[in-house]
Ligand binder design. Structure first.
Ligand SMILES: Cc1cc2nc3c(=O)[nH]c(=O)nc-3n(C[C@H](O)[C@H](O)[C@H](O)COP(=O)(O)O)c2cc1C
Ligand code: SF4
Length: 486
């Protein structure tokens, strides 16, 4: 307990707009609990209030869509109608943490991705027949339907010779839009469209009483694709690193202009893309300095998680960016020789050093495999980062920071990095942890998955109770607030 009291981990942080009671951080994790229309549910509130009961310095709410378009049970913030539900969420988290935890929301834009189609359906319906196909088949003048029939009769090797690389990719992996698809008007216009979309959403986050926003510039999504070395756009937003960082900076400027100079605006981006031909830590150092110069209030690093090297999905399933080698770097499993530990440490330290050398004191959040006090504390004393993020460990034991701060480290339920939770995410099923989701299923008031087989949040901490309120009491009060979404 004394060690914890003296530690960096449990010391406050004040830097620019960011003020935390301790340097502990629960990064964004999508739990698949929103309604199909993207509204906050009681299950969303229970998920976040359960983390809040452990009183981390900050929680980042899952990737939340900035567009007003259907996107399944993922939270959305692309219209004012989402604000009342989100406000119910912020109020409940504030109450559950006793006001100790800052709550940020991660703002995301993503491009279209479709499931891998059956071969016949792809050739009969999805493929757009062009003269390139007629030329390759040597059938000038044939109507589309006959070209399709000819293509369907080919074996895989012959077909691969006729389809373009991108068509072949759509056949084998499912169609996916890229920021380089300049023939598509809505992709061409992204640099004009995205800054106001992010800015409007950030203003809604402020109206919903979030303490700040995290711009999602990481993994497989639109903004990360602009930063990527694979971005070859020729409109001034691709190519050289100065051009690739342009849109992320323009988004930040638009957000800043909308929410004002005092509101917390940070971002999450990749210390290393971990793909062939992708951006490495040298470029991430450059981006980090540019973000700091442009008044980002915090910078949180991740790594990998790209579509570029994702495994081929089964027919009928969509590619998942955490299945290939870069996905492994993002959320490594215990089977790794090096374990899932510390992979993001050195690149993050390099980024932080570059930012400090450029004269900025922007706080840096490092995440990846952190699961005990010594490791977390070392990241701070080694000056790898200023704040320590732990995603899966916080899911395995949402009270773990609280336990550590009270010298109850032995009572922590340690994550085994089995990636059972990640597999649920991949299947778009409610995310739970295998260390607790079968415990006490028949206890009164326990919320279960639709099949009744898993509890949705970790069992309550067995403790003095001085600081923990039953989630049901918080939910009841949240339910009585205006703005219930369902
Ligand atoms: C179920 C699940 C959902 C996740 N969703 C997000 C997300 O919405 N946004 C994000 O930036 N990272 C997301 N991540 C990645 C984590 O924030 C974190 O970077 C990763 O799990 C590695 O950290 P860890 O070793 O502490 O778990 C998710 C991870 C998991 C396990
Ligand atoms: S399911 Fe496995 S990887 Fe996920 S939080 Fe639990 S123990 Fe950790």
């Amino acid at each position: 307990m004394e060690e914890a009291a003296r530690s960096r981990l449990f010391s406050p942080l004040e830097a620019g707009n960011l003020s935390l009671r301790q340097r502990t951080w629960v990064p964004a994790m999508v739990p698949w609990r929103a309604t199909d229309d993207g509204f906050v549910t009681d299950e969303v509130i229970e998920w976040y209030t359960r983390f809040a009961a452990g009183r981390p310095g900050a929680i980042v709410v899952e990737a939340t869509g900035i567009r007003d378009v259907p996107s399944g049970p993922l939270l959305r913030i692309g219209h004012d109608r989402f604000v009342p539900g989100l406000r119910r969420l912020t109020a409940a988290v504030r109450e559950a943490s006793g006001g100790c935890t800052k709550l940020f929301v991660q703002l995301i834009d993503f491009l279209a991705i479709r499931r891998r189609p059956p071969r016949t359906k792809f050739l009969q319906q999805y493929l757009r027949i062009t003269d390139a196909h007629r030329r390759a088949l040597g059938v000038h003048g044939l109507v589309d339907a006959e070209v399709r029939t000819r293509l369907a009769a080919l074996d895989d090797v012959e077909l691969a010779r006729i389809l373009s690389p991108q068509e072949l990719q759509s056949l084998h992996f499912g169609y996916r839009e890229r920021v380089t698809d300049m023939e598509l008007p809505h992709i061409r216009e992204l640099p004009a469209v995205l800054p106001p979309l992010f800015a409007d959403s950030a203003l809604r986050a402020k109206a919903a009483d979030f303490d700040g926003v995290e711009l999602h510039y990481a993994h497989a999504y639109t903004m990360a694709s602009f930063l990527s070395r694979t971005n070859t756009r020729e409109d001034g937003y691709g190519g050289a690193r100065e051009q690739r960082v342009r849109l992320p900076l323009e988004v930040l400027a638009a957000v800043r202009a909308r929410v004002g100079p005092d509101y917390v605006v940070g971002c999450r981006y990749l210390a290393d893309e971990c793909i062939d031909g992708g951006s490495s830590v040298d470029e991430a150092m450059f981006f980090g300095v540019e973000f700091a110069r442009a008044t980002m209030d915090f910078i949180s690093t991740s790594r990998g998680g790209k579509f570029d090297d994702a495994k081929q999905p089964n027919v009928g399933a969509a590619a998942y960016p955490y299945t290939g080698p870069s996905g492994y770097e993002c959320m490594p499993q215990y089977i790794s020789e090096r374990g899932p530990f510390g992979r993001n440490t050195e690149p993050t330290a390099q980024i932080r050093r570059a930012i400090r050398q450029a004269g900025f004191n922007t706080p840096i959040v490092c995440t990846g495999g952190v699961h005990n006090f010594e490791m977390a504390e070392r990241l701070l004393t080694d000056e790898t980062c200023d704040i320590v993020g732990a995603a899966r460990q916080s899911l395995a034991d949402p009270d773990w920071f609280l336990k550590l701060s009270r010298g109850e480290g032995r009572a922590v339920r340690t994550c085994t990095y089995s990636n059972y939770c990640e597999a649920l995410d991949q299947k778009h099923k409610p995310v739970t942890c295998q260390l607790w989701d079968r415990e006490g299923l028949d206890a009164p008031g326990v919320a279960l998955t639709a099949d009744g087989k898993r509890r949705l949040t970790a069992p309550p901490r067995q403790a003095s109770g001085e600081d923990s309120q039953p989630p049901s009491a918080i939910l009841q009060r949240a339910a009585n607030q205006p703005g219930r979404d369902r």
